[in-house]
Design a protein around this ligand. Structure first.
Ligand SMILES: *[C@@H]1O[C@H](CO)[C@@H](O)[C@H](O)[C@H]1NC(C)=O
Ligand SMILES: *[C@@H]1O[C@H](CO)[C@@H](O)[C@H](O)[C@H]1NC(C)=O
Ligand SMILES: *[C@@H]1O[C@H](CO)[C@@H](O)[C@H](O)[C@H]1NC(C)=O
Ligand SMILES: *[C@@H]1O[C@H](CO)[C@@H](O)[C@H](O)[C@H]1NC(C)=O
Ligand SMILES: *[C@@H]1O[C@H](CO)[C@@H](O)[C@H](O)[C@H]1NC(C)=O
Ligand SMILES: *[C@@H]1O[C@H](CO)[C@@H](O)[C@H](O)[C@H]1NC(C)=O
Ligand SMILES: *[C@@H]1O[C@H](CO)[C@@H](O)[C@H](O)[C@H]1NC(C)=O
Ligand SMILES: *[C@@H]1O[C@H](CO)[C@@H](O)[C@H](O)[C@H]1NC(C)=O
Ligand SMILES: *[C@@H]1O[C@H](CO)[C@@H](O)[C@H](O)[C@H]1NC(C)=O
Ligand SMILES: *[C@@H]1O[C@H](CO)[C@@H](O)[C@H](O)[C@H]1NC(C)=O
Ligand SMILES: *[C@@H]1O[C@H](CO)[C@@H](O)[C@H](O)[C@H]1NC(C)=O
Length: 714
C-alpha cells in the first residue's frame, strides 16, 4: 500500500508540473509538516469562560471599524436624514444598532432564497433601493450561514461581494456564476457514464486523493465539498467546467477572506459558518439532541461560544491536532485545511442521517439496494484513507481542554455535521453570543419545514429552547415567539414578514429584535416557484430567474392584511425595525415615532394578540414548476427510479447514487488503463473496504497523527 501512495505522489507531482499558475484541483490538499509558530509567545488556541467571553481582537477591530465608517455612511444612504420615518438619522450617529443576518440551510433552494432576499435588501439594486428595503444588507455587521446558507455566504465573500446578479449569473468576465443548470451530482446530465461526467468525477476524486495522500483522513464530505466548490467558488464557468484548467476553488481558504478587497475596505458583513458535532464514538445516525457543541468557522477562528467549550483556534491552523493547545510536534503543524469548499461541505454534511453503517443500510431504500449502495461506497472510499465516512473529519485542536465540560476533550478528532442536525436550521447561535452584542437579527428564512417546503418556525422554536437552557450563561435569549410550529402556521407568521421582540421590558433590551423574512407564497396569488425541495440539485435558467424575481418581489412588498396588495410602506417599516434598537442607546430612551408605531402594529408579533393566517387570503401554497420542459434529467430519473422518497433527502440520495456509481465507473476506467497515468494507483482493486481503524501509516506519516493510527492500536 505504501507503493500506492508513492505512486500517487509521483503522479500528482508530474501533473503539478503540467499545470501552471492557474492552480490545480490538487490544491485541495492541506500542507502538513509546517513549522508551527512559537506557541509560548503566539498561542494558537484561546480559551475563555462563558461569563467572560471575548472576541478575537481582529474581529472586534473589523466590526468596530466597519460600524464607524462604511456602516455609518450606509445608514445615511439608506435612511437619508430619517425624516421619512420621523427620526433624525444624525442624532443616532455612533449609536446605530449592530445587525446580523442569519441564512439557514436547505440546499440550493436556501441559497437561492437568500440570493433573492439579499438582492431586495441590497442598496445596489435599483428596485430594492426605490422600495426602501435596499440598504439593510449594507448596514449589517455579520452574516451567518449554515448548510445551503453557508454556500451563499462563502460565495459572496470569495467572489469579492458582487451584486447578486453578477454572483448568480456571472459577469462575463472574472465571475462564472453559480452554473445552477448543471447538477451537483451529474453536471453533464443523467448519463453518469458520459465522458464529461466521468471527467468531472475524476477531477473531484483527484482532489480528495491529494488530501488523503497528505495523510489526512477524508470521508464522503470531501467529494461533496469539491462538488459545491464548482458552483459557489469563483474559478468555474461554463467553458472550463469539465476541464482541469483551473483549481475550481481548490486552495481557496477561509483564512484568506481578510485579503479580499471588499473585506479590506470593510464592505462586507463579517462572515460566520456554522456546523454541528456528533459526540465522537457515538456513531449517531439520527437528529442530534441539543447538547453537542455547535461550532463556528470565521475568517479568523474555528471553535465555539457554547459554554462547555468556550474556546477558539486560529483558523490558519485548523487541521492541526493540538493537545492542551500545543502541537505534539512543533514542526508538524497543518495549514490549508480550511478550504472554503470543505467549510461549506462540513456545514452541509448531513450524511450520517442517511447512511447507517451499523446496519449497512441507507434509510428509505430496500435492503437489497442499500446493501449494494453501501458496498459500492466502500469500494469508492477504498481508494483513499477514510475515517468516519458519514461526517466531516476535523483533527481536534481542543484536545485536553475543558476536560470537565467539553465532551470531546479526550478525542483526537472531531466529527462535524450539517449545521441543522440539531434541528436548529437557522444559524442564530453565533449571532447571539454575548460577546458579539448584536441588537437586531435578520432571518433570511428559506427553510423547508412543512409538507409544501415552506418554513413553519421549527428552527426558531428549537433555537429558543437551546438558548434558554444550554446557552443561558453565554448567549442572549430569543424574543417571544409562538411556542410551536403549529402556532407559527396558525398565526400565518411563517408566510409574511414579522418582527419579534419589538417591546422589550428592559433597557438595554433583554433580547434582540428579530426581523423574520420567510419564503412565502406570492402575495398576489401567483403560483409559487420558490418552495422547491431541499435537494433539487439543479435549476434551469428560466426557473432560477423566476425564483429570484418572485423572492425579490415578495421581500420588497411586505403585505397588506386581508388583501393581495403590496404594502407601499414596507420599505419604511423595515427601516423602522432596523433602526429601532438605536432608540435605547440614547439617554433618555427616545420614544418610537408614530409612523414606526403604526408599522409595528402590523408587523410585530404580539403574543397577547396573535394574528391569523386568514389575514393572508388567496395565497397558493403548492409548488408549480414554471419550466416543466426544462425538467432536468436528474429529476426525471428521480421520479422513475426512486423506490421511496424520503422527504427532502430524496435528491441527495439520488446524488449519492450518481456519485457512487460514477466514481465506481471512474475506477473501472482506470482499471482499463484508459488514463494510464493514474491507473497504476488502482491495481489492488480487491483491497477490502478499509475503515480508519484498519489503517496502517503510509508514506505521508511524517504528518503528526493521533497516536491510535499506527498498526496495533485499538
Ligand atoms: C516532527 O515532524 C517532522 C516533520 O516536519 C519530522 O521530520 C520529525 O521526525 C517529527 N518529530 C517527531 C519527534 O516525531
Ligand atoms: C475577562 O477577560 C479579560 C481578558 O479577556 C480579563 O482582562 C478580565 O480580567 C476578565 N474578567 C474576569 C472577571 O474574569
Ligand atoms: C439632527 O440631529 C443633529 C445632531 O444631534 C442636529 O444637529 C440637527 O439639528 C438635527 N436635525 C433636525 C432636523 O432636528
Ligand atoms: C477569486 O478567488 C481567488 C482566490 O481566492 C482570488 O485571488 C481572486 O481575486 C478571486 N476573484 C474574484 C473576482 O473575486
Ligand atoms: C482531470 O483529472 C482527473 C485526474 O487525473 C481525471 O480523472 C479527469 O478525467 C481530468 N479531467 C479532464 C477533463 O481531463
Ligand atoms: C462506533 O463505531 C466504532 C467503530 O466501528 C466502534 O468501535 C464503537 O464501539 C461504536 N460506538 C458505539 C457507541 O456504538
Ligand atoms: C494565526 O497564527 C499566525 C502565526 O502566529 C499569525 O500570524 C496569525 O495572525 C494568526 N491568525 C489569527 C486569526 O489569529
Ligand atoms: C484535566 O485538566 C487538568 C488541568 O489541565 C489536569 O490537571 C487534569 O489531570 C485533567 N484531567 C483529566 C481527567 O485529564
Ligand atoms: C456541560 O458540562 C457539564 C459538566 O460536565 C454537563 O453536566 C453538561 O451536561 C454539559 N452540557 C452540555 C450541553 O453538554
Ligand atoms: C413543521 O416542520 C417540522 C420539521 O419538518 C415537521 O416535523 C412538523 O410536522 C411541521 N409542523 C407543521 C405544523 O407544519
Ligand atoms: C435587481 O433585482 C431584480 C429582481 O431580482 C433584478 O431583475 C435586477 O436585475 C437587479 N438589478 C441589479 C442591478 O442587480
Amino acid at each position: 500500500m505504501l507503493s500506492v501512495f508513492l505512486l500517487l505522489f509521483a503522479s500528482l507531482d508530474r501533473h503539478l508540473h503540467l499545470i501552471t499558475a492557474a492552480g490545480s484541483v490538487t490544491d485541495y490538499a492541506p500542507n502538513v509538516n509546517v513549522q508551527c509558530p512559537d506557541i509560548s509567545t503566539q498561542p494558537i488556541v484561546r480559551v475563555f469562560t462563558p461569563q467572560n467571553q471575548s472576541l478575537h481582537p481582529r474581529e472586534k477591530e473589523y466590526v468596530e471599524t466597519r460600524q464607524s465608517t462604511t456602516i455609518a455612511d450606509a445608514w445615511k444612504d439608506w435612511l437619508g436624514d430619517g425624516s421619512a420615518i420621523s427620526y433624525n438619522t444624525t442624532a443616532f450617529t455612533g449609536q446605530f444598532p449592530k445587525i446580523g443576518l442569519a441564512i439557514p440551510g436547505g440546499g440550493l433552494r436556501a441559497a437561492m432564497y437568500a440570493a433573492g432576499c439579499l438582492s431586495a435588501l441590497d442598496a445596489r439594486n435599483e428596485s430594492a433601493k426605490a422600495a426602501g428595503t435596499g440598504g439593510l444588507l449594507q448596514v449589517s455587521s455579520y452574516m451567518a450561514g449554515l448548510s445551503g446558507g453557508s454556500w451563499i455566504t462563502s460565495s459572496l465573500m470569495m467572489n469579492n461581494f458582487p451584486t447578486i446578479k453578477d454572483l448568480v449569473w456571472g459577469n462575463g468576465n472574472d465571475l462564472g456564476g453559480w452554473q445552477l443548470d448543471k447538477s451537483l451530482a451529474s453536471p453533464d446530465g443523467l448519463d453518469i457514464l458520459s465522458d464529461l461526467n466521468q471527467e468531472y468525477y475524476g477531477s473531484v476524486l483527484w482532489s480528495v486523493m491529494a488530501k488523503a495522500s497528505a495523510g489526512i483522513d477524508t470521508s464522503i464530505t470531501d467529494p461533496w465539498s469539491r462538488m459545491i466548490s464548482f458552483h459557489f467558488l469563483n474559478e468555474t464557468n461554463s467553458q472550463n467546467f469539465f476541464t482541469n484548467n483551473t483549481a475550481h476553488g481548490a486552495g481557496q481558504l477561509f483564512s484568506s477572506i481578510p485579503l479580499i478587497p471588499a473585506y479590506q475596505q470593510h464592505l462586507v458583513p463579517f462572515p460566520i459558518v456554522l456546523a454541528n458535532s456528533r459526540p465522537v464514538g457515538s456513531n449517531l445516525t439520527t437528529a442530534l439532541s441539543p447538547e453537542p457543541v455547535v461550532y463556528e468557522i470565521t475568517p479568523l477562528e474555528f471553535g465555539s461560544f457554547d459554554p462547555n467549550l468556550s474556546a477558539m483556534v486560529n483558523i490558519t491552523y485548523a487541521g492541526t491536532h493540538l493537545i492542551d493547545g500545543f502541537p505534539p510536534n512543533g514542526s508538524a503543524c497543518v495549514t490549508g485545511f480550511d478550504q472554503v469548499g470543505f467549510v461549506m461541505g462540513t456545514s452541509a454534511s448531513l450524511f450520517n442521517q442517511i447512511f447507517d453503517f451499523a446496519r449497512n443500510t441507507i434509510s428509505g431504500f430496500s435492503t437489497q439496494d442499500s446493501a449494494g449502495l453501501t458496498y459500492v461506497l466502500g469500494r469508492q472510499l477504498q481508494a483513499v484513507r477514510t475515517r468516519a465516512d458519514d461526517v466531516a473529519n476535523w483533527p481536534n485542536p481542543f484536545q485536553g481542554l475543558k476536560n470537565n465540560t467539553f465532551e470531546d476533550s479526550d478525542k483526537s478528532w472531531l466529527e462535524l455535521l450539517d449545521g441543522s442536525s440539531n434541528q436548529e436550521n437557522i444559524p442564530y447561535g453565533p449571532l447571539l453570543a454575548n460577546a458579539r452584542g448584536l441588537d437586531t437579527i435578520v432571518t433570511i428564512e428559506g427553510s423547508a419545514d412543512e409538507s409544501n417546503n415552506w418554513p413553519n418556525g421549527t428552527g426558531p422554536v428549537f433555537t429558543a429552547a437551546r438558548l434558554s437552557t444550554i446557552l443561558r450563561s453565554s448567549h442572549r435569549q430569543f424574543p417571544p415567539i409562538p411556542p410551536t410550529a403549529e402556532d407559527f402556521v396558525k398565526f400565518g407568521i411563517n408566510a409574511r414578514a414579522t418582527f419579534f421582540g419589538c417591546n422589550p421590558s428592559q433597557s438595554p433590551p433583554e433580547y434582540p429584535l428579530v426581523i423574520y423574512l420567510p419564503n412565502a407564497p406570492p402575495i398576489n396569488g401567483d403560483n409559487p416557484v420558490t418552495n422547491t425541495a431541499t435537494f433539487q440539485l439543479s435549476y434551469t435558467p428560466k426557473h432560477s430567474r423566476l425564483f429570484l424575481d418572485q423572492v425579490h418581489a415578495n421581500t420588497i412588498n411586505g403585505f397588506t392584511p386581508n388583501s393581495n396588495k403590496p404594502d407601499p410602506n414596507f420599505g419604511l417599516c423595515l427601516q423602522c425595525a432596523a433602526i429601532d434598537r438605536a432608540r435605547f442607546k440614547l439617554t433618555p430612551v427616545l420614544s418610537r415615532s408614530s409612523i414606526c408605531s403604526q408599522c409595528f402594529e402590523q408587523y410585530c408579533f404580539d403574543p397577547q394578540n396573535p394574528p391569523s393566517k386568514v389575514e393572508l387570503p388567496g395565497r397558493k401554497y403548492i409548488f408549480v414548476d414554471p419550466d416543466p420542459q426544462g425538467l432536468t434529467k436528474v429529476s426525471g430519473f428521480l421520479t422513475r427510479n426512486m423506490i421511496k422518497l424520503i422527504g427532502g433527502l430524496a435528491g441527495l440520495v439520488a446524488f449519492l447514487i450518481a456519485l457512487i456509481v460514477g466514481l465506481l465507473w471512474w475506477r473501472k476506467r482506470q482499471e482499463k488503463q484508459k488514463y494510464s497515468r493514474v491507473a497504476s494507483l488502482h491495481e489492488d482493486v480487491d483491497m477490502p473496504w478499509r475503515r480508519y481503524s484498519d489503517q496502517t501509516l503510509t508514506a505521508a506519516a511524517t504528518y503528526e497523527l493521533p497516536e491510535h493510527r499506527p498498526a496495533g492500536h485499538s
